[in-house]
Every structure is written in structure tokens, then in C-alpha cells.
Write a protein that binds this ligand. Structure first.
Ligand SMILES: C[S@@+](CC[C@H](N)C(=O)[O-])C[C@H]1O[C@@H](n2cnc3c(N)ncnc32)[C@H](O)[C@@H]1O
Length: 195
């Protein structure tokens, strides 16, 4: 199957294209932020499934900044960390730092993101790939999180090999009572970094 585009509206199609182009069509080996495994509806399950707060039986408790895997031992890893920070008001009904679905501050996000990038670099073989899902965030101001992720990955020595964009228009986190001053961030990014 040929893939000519970089913009997707279906997550499974996006993941399949990434794996076919960048991972010889093979399964992702490690998912340290597995949650319910929503990535694996149409693609193969990973060999190693971890989460800080596992919600399914087959997932092992671990922190993505300190994984029980040897240096240079895997070919592929996917990271899908929480992207919200400093959330207040209505959004609190959906997200909480206690359940590890958001960060208290941008600084907390930075510490975790840098930690998980460094850990991914440690466990990946040379030329191994890291797929990093991230999303920008507008509260009273806009944070272009995907640019920070790019810079932090490059600083560690990763090569930014590709970038796919996934648009999910039905995003539910917004305050409909306010005048809209920014685009609602309905799209997410899938960076493909190579060690
Ligand atoms: C956005 S969800 C992942 C969703 C998952 N990809 C799916 O599609 O089902 C983020 C997950 O990261 C986990 N998490 C947050 N911080 C973590 C950390 N430091 N180490 C491991 N897992 C973490 C949370 O418990 C949560 O399950």
C-alpha cells in the first residue's frame, strides 16, 4: 500500500502508514504509556506494555522515565504522554494530575518529556525509532508543545525523520462561553525520531 500524505483523520490509518514507512511494517516494540491500548485497534500489540497507572491486566506498572529494559535493546517505541497542564475550571472534570492525565505546570511537563525522551534514547538500538504523539495547547496563552518536543529530542541526538498530523475535530476540551481568540487545537502530531 502506498502512502502519499502526511495529514490524517483516522489514527489507525496514521499509525499503519508510520509503521509501513518507518518500521518495515513491524509492530511497535514498547509502549510505556499504554493506558487502554487504544492505539492497537488495527495494528499489532506491542511486546512490552507499561503504564504508571495501569488500567488493564496485561499492562505492567512502570515509569516511562525509568523502564525495566536494557540499553540499546529495542527497535521501536511509542510515547503518548499527557499534554494538558495548569488546567482549571470545567476541564478538571475530565483530567487530573492525580490520575497522571495532566501536569500541574509547564515545568512539570518539561521535566517528564525530557525524562521520557532520554529514556527512549537509552533503550533504543542505533537507527531505532521513537514515535512521539504530542499536541499543542492554548489556555490564556498558546504553547507550541510540538516545537519543544522537537528541540528536546534534537538536543539528545535524535534525528527528526518525519512528522504526521492527525486531525480529530470532535475534541471536547473548550469553554463555549468565551469569545474565541485562538484556533481550537483539534490536531495532534506524530513525530518520528530516529536514534
Ligand atoms: C494519553 S494517555 C495514553 C493513551 C494510550 N496511548 C491509548 O491510546 O490508550 C497517557 C497515559 O500515560 C500514563 N502516564 C503518565 N505519566 C507516565 C509516566 N511517567 N510513565 C508511564 N506512564 C505515564 C497515564 O497513566 C496515561 O495512561
Amino acid at each position: 500500500m502506498k502512502h502519499y500524505k502526511s495529514f490524517f483523520t483516522n489514527e489507525q490509518e496514521c499509525l499503519k502508514a508510520i509503521l509501513e514507512i518507518h518500521n518495515e511494517g513491524k509492530a511497535i516494540e514498547v509502549d510505556p504509556m499504554y493506558f487502554k491500548g487504544n492505539f492497537y485497534k488495527e495494528i499489532a500489540e506491542p511486546k512490552y506494555k507499561f503504564d504508571l497507572n495501569p488500567v488493564v491486566l496485561e499492562c505492567v506498572q512502570a515509569n516511562a522515565i525509568n523502564l525495566p529494559l536494557n540499553d540499546k535493546s529495542v527497535k521501536s517505541i511509542i510515547l503518548d504522554p499527557p499534554f494538558l497542564f495548569g488546567v482549571h475550571g470545567k476541564t478538571k472534570n475530565y483530567y487530573s494530575s492525580k490520575t497522571h492525565t495532566m501536569f500541574n505546570t509547564f515545568n512539570d511537563l518539561e521535566i517528564t518529556y525530557k525524562g521520557i525522551l532520554k529514556e527512549a534514547y537509552r533503550i533504543l538500538e542505533k537507527k531505532g525509532i521513537l514515535i512521539f504523539k504530542c499536541q499543542d495547547y492554548t489556555d490564556s496563552k498558546t504553547t507550541m508543545t510540538h516545537c519543544f518536543v522537537y528541540n528536546w529530542a534534537i538536543e539528545l541526538g535524535f534525528y527528526a525523520d518525519d512528522l504526521a498530523i492527525l486531525n480529530i475535530p470532535q475534541s471536547k476540551v473548550y469553554n463555549g462561553n468565551l469569545n474565541q481568540r485562538h484556533f481550537r487545537k483539534t490536531h495532534t502530531y506524530f513525530w518520528v525520531f530516529k536514534k
